[in-house]
Design a protein around this ligand. Sequence first.
Ligand SMILES: [Zn+2]
Length: 166
Amino acid sequence: MMNRRTTWMGLAAAATGLRGLFAGGPAHAAQPAVAREVVHTEAEWKKLLTPAQFDVLRKAGTERPFSSPLDKEKRAGQFSCAGCALPLFSSKAKFDSGTGWPSFYEPVSRAAVDEETDRTLGMKRTEVLCHRCGGHLGHVFDDGPKPTGLRYCMNGLALAFTPGAA
Ligand SMILES: [Zn+2]
């Protein structure tokens, strides 16, 4: 695990420089343009995740609105990636968007998530992915509240909540 992780970290660093080449290309490529720090085969992901988590994180599925208990989660704490445990969102940035999906106005850091243009379903949207494992988290829209005006519309299935320090 450590060897693989170290190798991929090096590749990820190299790929960061290449990322610009992919900008503006055909959106929502099936293959990730970024080498990920956490990499598993599809079979490995199926063992690590529940079928519902696999559908969202690895197949860019969308959970039914109002289906996630995290939508109504009001406690202080951290929301991390359900695939690789990278901290992604703080309860401090959470708000009730009324959409039925956990919503945040910003991630814990700009480096925690990647954003890619998604042209599926006849719409142009911005897909949000976990930076470490490339897992699909949801989409970000520009109709959120202050201070950012952004609405990170996340699948609760893609997140794991840890109550405590936010
Ligand atoms: Zn992840």
